[in-house]
Design a protein around this ligand. Structure first.
Ligand SMILES: [Zn+2]
Length: 68
């Protein structure tokens, strides 16, 4: 696999590569995951390390992003 493609996949955009099994497995994991944080202002869900503190919402700019 070319290096650039590997880097792209690391950042989460693997939709145009390989197809098939790898993508199916990835979407399954995402479907079963609970969000770690939710913005109390706009409801945006974040999937981060639960111990991480998110100070501001990247969606609405609010400061009430709280652990679930
Ligand atoms: Zn928000």
């Amino acid at each position: 696999m070319p290096l650039l493609e590997r880097i792209t996949r690391l950042f989460g955009d693997g939709r145009d590569t390989d197809g098939g099994a790898a993508r199916d497995r990835k979407s399954l994991e995402e479907a079963s995951m609970e969000p770690s944080h939710v913005c109390q202002s706009c409801g945006k869900e974040y999937f981060e390390n639960p111990s991480m503190n998110i100070r501001t919402c990247g969606n609405c700019g609010g400061v009430k992003v709280e652990p679930v």
